[in-house]
Design a protein around this ligand. Structure first.
Ligand SMILES: [Fe+2]
Length: 394
């Protein structure tokens, strides 16, 4: 039921359907969303509205006895956001799996299902830009297709915000990221999940997925031009050597050029049955060297988005210590916060003390490869999440 309430009655857990009689330009508000975070509540209250409409079928009512969802404090650190981002990732993965499996069965996917997922992902990215995108990078082989979609959605949202795109464009970018590989649902599972090398015929089947994605979205009556465009053109390259149409430069839309960058970054930083993941900083360095592949202007914006030394990167400090990046310093990308890992000279593990490089106490001299130091997985160093899947050293 849609109910008009005074702004004072609005609480966490209610679904904001529409702001009443305002010149609100926030597209998130136009489509409606569940108020789950104090920051959102403050933003709505700060807009000077007297009344809002809530949808009681999608959130709490004013008379509801249901407990309000416990949420983290408004000023979110990465560690605070990690737990919420884990829940968001797992809900998003389930929703994407269900949507994609519908597509595999020839059923339509609905834009409502997409909007709900994209909103949850973008809410996490807005609270903290690095928690969800760093977590979504850590995926097992069997969940790759779905988590890759979640990761590219998060990266697109973060990139859109970095470029200061309006909120409606950011949501479009997230939707496009979420659906960019929907065409893979037209690939037979034995080819999609094949651990070994693909034959030429199998490779041709895989390369047909952008066109298949277009068909799936058209069949579903999907109206997002951005999603259709990114689906069809995320494998085009700036120099015209990509597929399916060999488009180059400005002939590829900015949205598809952004999709290409986010897609490749997540693919090469993820573990696959046939290859080890590259570290985030190493991946950026490699991508910067692929002349002609990406739009350089947008690639630079992407680097600013994930950080020159992204969360999870292993770096060597001037003091001959190794450290892992745990948090960006948004105003100075060369001086992130790091957690100490190893004394290089003595080859001794250090206690994981936090160091804010903005203090000038130490500085990064270069990126290091974990395998060169016998370090197997550094992800637990930045994430406070205990997990059997991510041993720290091995
Ligand atoms: Fe693709």
């Amino acid at each position: 039921m849609i109910r008009k309430i005074s702004i004072d009655e609005l609480t966490l857990g209610m679904f904001l359907h529409e702001a009443v009689g305002s010149g609100i330009t926030q597209p998130l508000w136009k489509v409606g969303f569940k108020v789950q975070h104090p920051v959102d509540l403050e933003r709505i209250r700060a807009a000077g509205l007297d009344e809002v409409y809530i949808d009681t079928s999608r959130g709490l009512d004013i008379s509801s006895d249901e407990p309000v969802v416990t949420v983290a404090p408004a000023s979110q650190s990465l560690r605070d956001e990690v737990e919420q981002a884990i829940s968001a990732c797992s809900r998003a993965k389930r929703a994407v799996a269900s949507m994609f499996n519908d597509a595999r069965l020839g059923q339509a996917i609905t834009s409502e299902a997409c909007v709900a997922v994209v909103e949850e992902i973008s809410a996490s990215v807005m609270r903290h830009p690095h928690a969800l995108i760093s977590l979504a990078r850590l995926k097992s082989a069997d969940e790759y297709t779905y988590m890759h979609s979640v990761a590219v959605c998060g990266l697109m949202v973060a990139l859109g915000r970095q470029l200061q795109e309006p909120d409606d464009v950011v949501l479009e970018m997230g939707t496009a990221g979420l659906l960019h590989d929907i065409g893979k649902m037209a690939i037979p599972l034995e080819i999609l999940n094949k651990p070994g090398r693909l034959s030429d015929e199998e490779f041709a089947v895989v390369r047909a997925h952008p066109g298949s994605g277009l068909e799936i979205l058209r069949r579903s009556g999907f109206l997002s031009v951005a999603a259709i465009d990114v689906c069809l053109h995320h494998h085009e390259k700036f120099d015209g050597t990509g597929y399916p149409h060999g488009l180059s430069g400005e002939l590829i839309s900015p949205m598809a050029r952004m999709g290409a960058i986010c897609d490749v970054y997540d693919a090469i930083t993820s573990a696959r049955p046939y290859k080890k993941p590259w570290g985030p900083a190493h991946a950026l360095k490699e991508m910067a060297g692929w002349k002609g592949h990406f739009d350089q202007h947008l690639f630079q914006a992407f680097v600013r988005t994930v950080g020159i030394y992204p969360v999870g990167a292993l770096v060597r400090l001037a003091s001959d210590r190794l450290a892992v990046v745990v948090e960006q310093n948004e105003t100075a990308l060369l001086t992130p916060r790091v957690s100490l890992v190893l004394d290089c000279k003595r080859r001794q593990l250090l206690s994981p003390d936090l160091l804010d490089l903005a203090s000038g106490e130490d500085r990064i001299v270069r990126i290091e490869l974990p395998e060169d130091w016998g370090l197997r997985d550094l992800d637990q160093a930045w994430s406070s999440v205990p997990t059997q899947r991510r041993p720290l050293f091995g």
